[in-house]
Write a protein that binds this ligand. Structure first.
Ligand SMILES: *[C@@H]1O[C@H](CO)[C@@H](O)[C@H](O)[C@H]1NC(C)=O
Ligand SMILES: *[C@@H]1O[C@H](CO)[C@@H](O)[C@H](O)[C@H]1NC(C)=O
Ligand SMILES: *[C@@H]1O[C@H](CO)[C@@H](O)[C@H](O)[C@H]1NC(C)=O
Ligand SMILES: [Cu+2]
Length: 231
């Protein structure tokens, strides 16, 4: 039932992303041709990291997560900022299969679903194992759009994971998208991506993680307004 609710909640985003799915592939980030713009298009600002808060920018400089390999503590909120109009996702995978969503007896991974101009947050719950993730937009994972949290510094490390994804190249599997998947293994998502520019007044079930991400956006907006007044 949770999934159904989420799917419904995500419908507008999916509908928004769908026209770009076919037409936008391969287009540069922010390419005018694929922008399904409207006056209400939110602008996503990426805050600086602060205690317990880690920001990862998605797709802003090519098909990358930036930074792509981070260290996090239990309770840290890692927020993915989808700043471009080109859709991307952060989808949990495994070291063995970098471009395949994590599912099975070890649990089901978190997945933002394809999204743009939004923020998706996870709460790190287990630092004893690495957390691996990729972008499911066709072609992106095989070109190296992957990342890790708490990867070992040798052996099954981030560079090897990245190389494994790249060696799949265009043979990387096509991954279906049906919106956000909450939960996760070693880190939990509690809400679908949200527009950071919208008011934080949540729907009843909004998570603290979502609130923090939204508050960060609001704080930035407040700073921007203050700066505008000062100028
Ligand atoms: C990736 O991050 C992990 C965890 O912080 C660290 O141990 C490792 O050295 C990093 N690897 C690279 C190549 O930066
Ligand atoms: C579960 O995880 C273990 C070790 O982390 C791994 O060896 C095993 O293959 C995984 N099982 C599945 C079904 O992915
Ligand atoms: C993150 O999860 C922990 C439980 O693992 C919880 O105590 C904490 O409140 C969560 N943080 C946020 C911001 O939701
Ligand atoms: Cu992508």
């Amino acid at each position: 039932m949770f999934t159904t609710a989420l799917t419904l909640a995500l419908l507008p985003i999916v509908a928004f992303a769908s026209p770009q799915y076919g037409g936008g592939y391969g287009a540069p980030a922010g390419g005018g041709g694929t922008t399904t713009s409207s006056a209400a298009t939110p602008s996503i600002s990426v805050p600086a990291n602060s205690q317990g808060q880690i920001a990862i920018t998605v797709g802003a400089s090519g098909f990358t997560f930036s930074p792509s390999n981070i260290t996090a503590q239990v309770g840290d909120i890692v927020s993915f900022y989808f700043t471009t109009s080109t859709p991307h996702s952060v989808t949990q995978s495994t070291f063995a299969d970098p471009c395949t969503p994590l599912t099975g007896s070890n649990g089901t991974g978190f997945d933002s679903g394809l999204t743009s101009q939004s923020v998706f947050s996870i709460n790190v719950t287990d630092t004893s194992k690495p957390i691996w993730f990729f972008c499911k937009f066709p072609g992106h994972c095989g070109s190296g759009m992957v990342g890790s949290i708490n990867a070992p510094s040798s052996g099954n490390d981030y560079p090897t994971f990245l190389n494994n994804a790249k060696s799949l190249g265009s043979a990387a599997p096509t991954v279906s998208d049906s919106g956000a998947v909450t939960g996760g293994v070693g880190a939990l998502a509690t809400a679908a991506p949200s527009s950071a520019s919208s008011a934080p007044a949540p729907t009843g079930s909004q998570s603290s993680a979502g609130r923090i991400a939204a508050n960060g956006g609001l704080a930035l907006a407040a700073v921007a307004i203050a700066v505008a007044f000062a100028a």
